[in-house]
Design a protein around this ligand. Structure first.
Ligand SMILES: Cc1cc2nc3c(=O)[nH]c(=O)nc-3n(C[C@H](O)[C@H](O)[C@H](O)COP(=O)(O)OP(=O)(O)OC[C@H]3O[C@@H](n4cnc5c(N)ncnc54)[C@H](O)[C@@H]3O)c2cc1C
Length: 414
């Protein structure tokens, strides 16, 4: 699968930060992590902390999947508002999800400090604004739900939004603390490099073609026939993993983003806030640490890379037009345009856990607009699961939560 078009801003800005050898001999370990994006890097961080011998393999250069395309808005608010998640999953599960996501941003801040990463982590507010009058009642309902459970929110009127940010054509919305942004590509490299020095074995350009399940664990076989034997497998293969779980209702679609040239005027008044609106699909916006504006969305319900890339210019014009409409005073000229594949589930939550078809294997699939926040939540879950302990998020992120499998799921080759 071609996960992204060729010019994501982060990839161009950072270049190739670290490169690792491919696997050229058989090896053995406690935990094998497949996937070296931000999810795999976070799981490697956890496994190393927990004292496991850990090997990580990626078929591309590390961080060159979706992690190089992400716009890295880190929010506790999932694509499904809290008031709807409450209706769907009940109070305990819904509030647990929102609180875990809230805490996840603090966890990321701790890791950034611990490894002294200069990947531009910044705490921010988030402004979720009504783009249409008809969205105001349910957005107010969402405000009440979040207030009830103690989240730091307040209503910002259209007038206040204009005064504070110069933002036009809003109907007001929820201003919340507890968000953040980071350069996920840079951070993933930093985290992997940090643990590589502590003994994490990393093999890039190492395509795992087959995984055999044995009584003791798994045996992964690469494109060149080299083997990795591991007691446990943590699968962090990103959106390409949907072929492994055909019975689950995952939707893949295409999404576009643009970054402007560095703005001649200071964007400091926008710097501390992430913006997203209530249209479907939603449009989102943030300022980068080097004074650019970044805007994304315009999602379409297909994954064809050819079609997606053919639409780059059209989608860039569409996003630019919306930007001029809501922030007419900012001179914006597109500098980078890119597109990527994106995946979502009906409740906008990820899949984290075991699957009856794949023994000795734990999946961390951060589907949904909060993929990175979910991967952070999954660190503690994986840590617990590897110790055969329970974690409160396991039932709500599990496979099969939309209903029992239609047929028996027998062990499969990955
Ligand atoms: C344009 C865009 C904007 C986004 N914005 C946001 C946002 O604002 N906030 C947010 O939280 N999320 C956002 N996302 C989603 C976010 O990018 C993903 O949740 C995140 O990058 C997923 O990381 P990952 O490590 O799971 O996947 P990836 O980065 O794709 O990593 C998976 C890795 O697995 C490897 N792999 C797969 N199969 C194999 C195999 N058989 N053998 C070896 N290696 C294998 C791949 O090569 C890949 O490198 C956005 C995504 C896009 C495309």
């Amino acid at each position: 699968m071609k996960l992204k078009s060729s010019e994501p801003f982060w990839l161009v800005r950072n270049g190739l930060l670290h490169s690792y050898p491919s696997l050229a001999k058989d090896t053995e370990t406690d935990v094998l992590i497949i996937g070296g994006g931000i999810t795999g890097a976070l799981m490697a961080h956890q496994c190393m902390k927990d004292g496991y011998r850990t090997v990580l393999a990626d078929r591309r250069e590390v961080a060159h999947g979706s992690t190089s395309a992400t716009t890295s808005m880190l929010q506790y608010e999932t694509d499904m508002p809290l008031y709807r998640l409450l209706q769907l999953h009940g109070e305990k599960a819904a509030v647990n999800v929102y609180r875990s996501c809230f805490n996840a941003i603090g966890m990321l801040s701790g890791i950034v400090r611990e490894i002294a990463s200069d990947a531009g982590f910044e705490e921010k507010d988030s402004f979720y604004f009504a783009a249409r009058k008809k969205d105001v009642p349910w957005l107010r309902q969402e405000l009440d739900a979040r207030r009830t459970y103690g989240f730091p929110v307040r209503w910002l009127s259209a007038g206040e939004a204009e005064e504070r940010y110069g933002l036009q054509h809003t109907q007001g919305g929820i201003l919340s603390a507890g968000a953040a942004a980071i350069d996920a590509f840079h951070f993933t490299h930093d985290l992997l490099a940090f643990h590589h020095k502590q003994g994490l074995e990393i093999f890039d350009k190492t395509d795992i073609r087959r995984v055999r399940h044995t009584r003791q664990g798994i045996e992964a076989i690469t494109e060149h026939g080299d083997r990795i034997r591991a007691r446990r497998l943590v699968w962090c293969g990103g959106y390409e993993s949907v072929r492994l779980i055909p019975e689950e209702p995952v939707r893949l679609f295409s999404t576009w983003a643009i970054a402007g040239e560095r703005c001649p005027q200071s964007l400091k008044y926008l710097q501390h806030t992430l913006f997203w609106n209530t249209t479907s699909p939603y449009t989102y916006l943030r300022a980068t640490d080097d004074n650019r504006l970044l805007i994304g969305g315009a999602d379409e319900d297909f994954v064809s890379a050819e079609l997606r890339d053919a639409l780059l210019a059209k989608k860039a014009a569409q996003l630019e037009k919306y930007l001029h409409r809501i922030l007419p005073d900012i001179p914006f000229r597109t500098d980078f345009v890119w597109a990527g594949t994106f995946g979502g589930t009906p409740d906008s939550l990820p899949y984290v856990g075991t699957h009856p078809g794949y023994p000795h294997t734990y999946f961390v699939l951060g589907f949904g607009g909060n993929g990175i926040t979910f991967s952070l939540c999954a660190m503690e879950m994986i840590s617990a699961m590897l110790r055969k302990k329970k974690h409160p998020l396991m039932p709500v992120f599990r496979f099969g939560r939309y209903g029992p499998y239609a047929g028996a799921v027998s062990p499969r080759a990955l």
